[in-house]
Design a protein around this ligand. Structure first.
Ligand SMILES: Nc1nc2c(c(=O)[nH]1)N[C@H]1C(S)=C(S)[C@@H](COP(=O)(O)OP(=O)(O)OC[C@H]3O[C@@H](n4cnc5c(=O)[nH]c(N)nc54)[C@H](O)[C@@H]3O)O[C@H]1N2
Ligand SMILES: Nc1nc2c(c(=O)[nH]1)N[C@H]1C(S)=C(S)[C@@H](COP(=O)(O)OP(=O)(O)OC[C@H]3O[C@@H](n4cnc5c(=O)[nH]c(N)nc54)[C@H](O)[C@@H]3O)O[C@H]1N2
Ligand code: SF4
Ligand SMILES: [Mo]
Length: 699
């Protein structure tokens, strides 16, 4: 038996773990109490992290699919790399660079090697057709940060450890452990907030785990947040308390733009009493310090960017931006913004071929992937590379995408499992897993509620004849660029080889040396992590990346979208709207291979208010058909008054392939995919899919 420190990469909370290792296996997992950020926190998923390493169904060597029989065979690495490089080069040499599409999934951000080498691979493949899970997630945040602060990753983080008023819309940190707010041990931090006399107020169409521990919860109709938020911003002007710092421009334009959005109009749209909306914003403005925060429920909505803009304004105009207990920029040891590791972002510099949708942050909306594959003509996507993603379950009209993938001339995937998406690939290349890799978190330290730094060396040695993700990316980049005609100049190719051969750990060492924080050697001596203190106020305007270091309070793009908002009629009473949900024991569309997480009470059901069931003559537990414009599914229904009337909920990430017979196919659990119902036509201006609030019928 041996103790080893590790880090959990399964969600944004980046908890420090202490593992007990017995005979090369994880025999026990607990949260590391010495970790200055996670302070001993762990959740059920973290406990299961060893199961991924030990899972016999996980892929360890490349597999190839025989298109005629559908049979999978294990092949050698060299052969696999050649097959993939030949497959892509064939399509690109015949049809051009845009014939290759790329999709990057969520675990890319949770792997150091993907962060350091993934972008380089994507750049080397030089296709305009790149997509990612970002456009079913946080693209509105990035667009608004780019427009207001001049950089897509300048995301102000709630100072939850010091705030006295925490306003939450569309987030469920009790289940998700926080997002764009790395906040391990949310339950304890919330208890501390309340013990200080602080309050948490939640707006959510479901009485969630978070709503249940809130000081106050308001049901609101899905998609109606923009009216509520704009009424709140408007109220600050009405009350004469709206103030902007000297480096903010456009305050008068904001006042004029929000004027039509009264609390009464917000009530009509949301169902929240106008008086409650006014009271909450007055409390936020009057609190010693307070912070507004919005997540998936408001990001994945038709007006996600308007919502994120309004949330930034609430913090700004109440004086809570860049102040203790409000929302602040973090000061990470490796500043991905300052070092230029991540670009500034942008919008509308090019457009998708079929629907003419603008890019944001250099990527196209993944909601357009299917049509780009299926619509013939110049620029059609004929080959696809997916990197740790499962868009068949995670993007709108996933069922349609499922069928479209069969029409590709060639597909390759980098993934540790055969799943609903990667089963369409010709070749799957599996990398090593988290416990076999060194880790420094380039992204989530930069989004955390406290400044810390931590380097975690690999717990297990790499198994024989396996590859790290960065090594796979390196080989792909080199072999594909070598085969594409016209060939890039030798000097270019040598530079790429050099760049791709620097290991992720070495890059971290170099990046740390450029900053004024700890060095890699110092971090190696403190594997539990180094505390760099609470978030620091007074970062603005110095760190702004915008023109003349000004904050654009009234970005034109967002103001224009207010006109579209003004055209939306209040909802009809008989309409049912579908929302998603996350559970503590689920991890997006995967991790269902571990029994530790799937056992217990079923949780795949459609949640529905008893009155809505009764109105349709349906009984609790019945199998119902849920239908939207896009598709229909059959699923068990569970009555609960935790749902707002008129709103139903399915979990996201379900609908697994049931035939566990194929090589390495992840085991199925009951349930259907919510994204067989979501609609690729419903988009925010950023191109983010409006997954929440889909009109459905239930019978
Ligand atoms: N309706 C609805 N849809 C949603 C959401 C929602 O709330 N509602 N949420 C959206 C959000 S926020 C997100 S982030 C997306 C997620 O969407 P995706 O990123 O497309 O899907 P994941 O389920 O995260 O799939 C992760 C894949 O990566 C693989 N994987 C895990 N670890 C590794 C690794 O170390 N290396 C490699 N190469 N592969 C690995 C897993 O096997 C799995 O196949 O879904 C989105 N879709
Ligand atoms: N256990 C677990 N943790 C996770 C994940 C997971 O799959 N499982 N996924 C991780 C990922 S990739 C992400 S991005 C984060 C997401 O983190 P969160 O955003 O905290 O996660 P969700 O549980 O999807 O919370 C969205 C909430 O919005 C509500 N909602 C839906 N529609 C609306 C609306 O129109 N308005 C308002 N106000 N609310 C609405 C839903 O009821 C739900 O409570 O979680 C991360 N953590
Ligand atoms: S909250 Fe759970 S899943 Fe997230 S990092 Fe911590 S242990 Fe892992
Ligand atoms: Mo996400």
């Amino acid at each position: 038996m041996e103790k080893r420190l590790a880090v959990c990469n399964l969600c944004e909370a980046i908890c420090g773990l202490e593992l007990t290792i017995d005979d090369g296996r994880v025999a026990g997992v607990r949260g590391n109490p010495e970790d200055p950020l996670s302070r001993g926190h762990i959740c059920p998923k973290g406990v299961a992290i060893g199961d991924v390493h030990a899972d016999p169904d996980r892929l360890r060597r490349p597999v190839r699919r025989d298109r005629a029989t559908g049979a999978w065979t294990e092949i050698g690495w060299d052969e696999a790399f050649d097959l993939v490089a030949d497959g892509f080069a064939r399509v690109v040499n015949e049809h051009g660079r845009d014939a290759l599409g790329i999709y990057l999934g969520n675990p890319n951000v949770h792997s150091l090697g993907s962060m350091t080498h993934g972008t380089a691979l994507v750049k080397a493949l030089r296709t305009p057709n790149t997509f990612s899970a970002t456009s079913v997630d946080q693209l509105p945040h990035q667009l608004v940060a780019y427009l207001m602060f001049g950089h897509q990753l300048m995301l102000p983080i709630p100072d939850i450890d010091r705030t006295s008023y925490f306003l939450v819309l569309g987030g469920n940190p009790m289940a998700s452990n926080g997002s764009l707010m790395t906040v391990p041990d949310f339950p304890a931090r919330l208890r501390e907030l309340k013990a200080r006399g602080g309050r948490m107020v939640v707006f959510d169409p479901r009485r969630t785990e978070t709503a249940k521990v809130a000081s106050e919860h308001h049901f609101l109709r899905p998609g109606s947040d923009p009216w509520v938020l704009l009424a709140m911003v408007r109220q600050l002007f009405v009350d004469g308390v709206a103030t902007a710092p000297s480096y903010g421009v456009g305050l008068a334009a904001v006042e004029e733009a929000v004027a039509p959005f009264t609390p009464e109009l917000a009530e009509q749209h949301s169902g929240v009493p106008a008086a409650a909306i006014v009271r909450v914003v007055r409390e936020l403005a009057a609190a010693d310090c307070g912070v507004a925060y919005g997540r998936i429920g408001v990001s994945t909505a038709a007006f996600g960017s308007v919502c994120q803009w309004a949330i930034n304004l609430l913090n700004l105009l109440t004086g809570n931006l860049d102040r203790e207990g409000g929302a602040m920029l973090t000061s990470p040891a490796i500043d991905v913004v300052g070092t230029g590791l991540v670009g500034r972002g942008g919008h509308g510099r090019r457009h998708s071929r079929v629907r003419g949708l603008p890019e944001t942050s250099s990527e196209l909306p993944v909601a357009a992937l299917r049509e780009e594959i299926e619509t013939p003509g110049e620029g059609q996507i004929r080959a696809l590379l997916t990197l740790s993603g499962n868009p068949v379950l995670s993007t709108p009209d996933g069922g349609g995408l499922d069928r479209a993938l069969e029409g590709l001339e060639f597909m390759a995937a980098v993934d540790i499992y055969l799943n609903e998406t990667t089963r369409h690939a010709d070749v799957v290349l599996p990398p090593t897993t988290a416990l076999e890799r060194d880790h420094y978190d380039l992204i989530f330290h930069a989004l955390a509620v406290r400044n810390t730094a931590r380097f975690t060396p690999a717990v297990f040695p790499k198994e024989r004849d396996t590859r790290h993700d960065w090594q796979i990316y390196r080989e792909l980049a080199l072999r594909v660029t070598d085969r594409i005609r016209p060939r890039r100049p030798l000097a270019d190719r040598l530079k790429l080889r050099l760049r791709m051969s620097v290991s992720p750990t070495r890059m971290v060492q170099l990046l740390l040396a450029r900053g004024d924080g700890p060095t890699l050697t110092q971090l190696r001596r403190k594997p539990e992590g180094v505390d760099l203190g609470p978030l620091r106020p007074g970062q603005l305007p110095g760190r702004l990346r915008s023109k003349e270091r000004r904050i654009d309070l009234a970005p034109e793009l967002v103001l224009k979208d207010l006109a579209r908002l003004g055209d939306v009629a209040p909802p009809q009473d008989d309409e049912l709207l579908l929302i998603g949900r996350r559970h503590k024991q689920d991890c997006n569309s995967w991790m269902h291979n571990t029994e530790r997480l799937t056992k217990g009470r079923p949780r795949h059901q459609l949640l529905m208010h008893p009155d809505d069931l009764a109105a349709r003559g349906l009984a609790d537990g019945a199998t119902v058909t849920v239908a939207s414009r896009v598709g229909s599914v059959e699923v068990d229904v569970l009555a609960t008054d935790d749902m707002m009337r008129g709103v139903v909920s399915l979990p996201h990430g379900y609908g697994h392939a049931k035939d566990g017979t194929r090589l390495g196919v992840a085991r199925g659990v009951p349930g259907v995919s919510i994204n067989d119902l979501t609609d690729p036509e419903r988009l925010d201006v950023s191109g983010n899919a409006a997954l929440s609030g889909v009109p459905v019928t239930v019978r």
